[in-house]
Design a protein around this ligand. Structure first.
Ligand code: SAH
Length: 205
């Protein structure tokens, strides 16, 4: 599958029906998701691998991995409401493609302990629950040597230190200006765009 086709397929997925502010339910933009997953697959991180999508939401990242040939994807998401949409998205794509295996895990990420080859995640950025993004990174590091994660570009210095302090190294860092569409009601402008950085990190050998 080409990067363009991947982006188009991801753009057709159903978004959050009613995004919840307290859970920071912001969907990953399809081009942004496709760019990061494409780079990850180029270095051999996705095809044939076992992946956990932490805070899966409506599934864009994990489904992108299945489209790129992941062997098995765990969609870990604590909000049961958005899983209805996730299931529809899986159903629609599997009518068109022969996807790998998957499992929907309706749990808080801190209760998911299976070791995987790769974690993909667009974690809450910690604007509602302080430190939520770092908790996601910590848990990802417990279960995987390789992680694709999105963070606000303005926190890059902090993320870089966090990564290096924990014996991980940055394989790639992709700045994606105006990446995140923020459509929640507390904001004056209906759509605000936030600069996001995709991090491809791995444990040092
Ligand atoms: N991965 C999706 C959603 C990102 S929004 C995408 O890229 O579009 C972050 C998601 O994490 C939300 O769906 C939210 O419900 C979920 N979430 C937040 N805290 C969580 C936790 N502690 N455990 C599991 N899921 C969580």
């Amino acid at each position: 599958m080409s990067k363009k086709t991947l982006a188009v397929k991801l753009s057709k997925l159903k978004p959050f029906f009613k995004p919840k502010q307290n859970l920071e339910q912001y969907p990953t933009d399809s081009d942004v998701g496709a760019t990061a997953l494409w780079e990850a697959d180029l270095i051999g991180w996705i095809n044939g691998k076992e992946v956990a999508d932490l805070g899966a939401g409506t599934g864009i990242l994990g489904l992108g991995c299945l489209l790129m040939g992941a062997k098995n994807v765990f969609f870990v998401e604590k909000d049961a409401d958005c899983l209805v949409t996730l299931k529809e998205n899986i159903q629609n794509l599997s009518e068109e493609y022969e996807l790998g295996k998957y499992e929907i895990v309706n749990k808080d990420i801190s209760h998911f302990e299976k070791k995987v080859d790769l974690v993909v995640m667009n974690p809450p950025f910690g604007t509602k629950i302080k430190g939520a993004d770092m908790k996601f990174l910590e848990i990802a590091m417990l279960i995987s040597d390789k992680i694709v994660s999105f963070h606000k570009t303005e926190t890059s210095d902090y993320i870089s230190k966090f990564v290096h302090d924990r014996n991980y190294t940055v394989n790639q860092k992709i700045d994606l200006p105006f990446a995140l569409k923020n459509t929640m009601s507390q904001h004056k402008k209906r759509i605000e765009r936030i600069s996001v950085t995709a991090w491809l990190i791995e444990r040092k050998p």
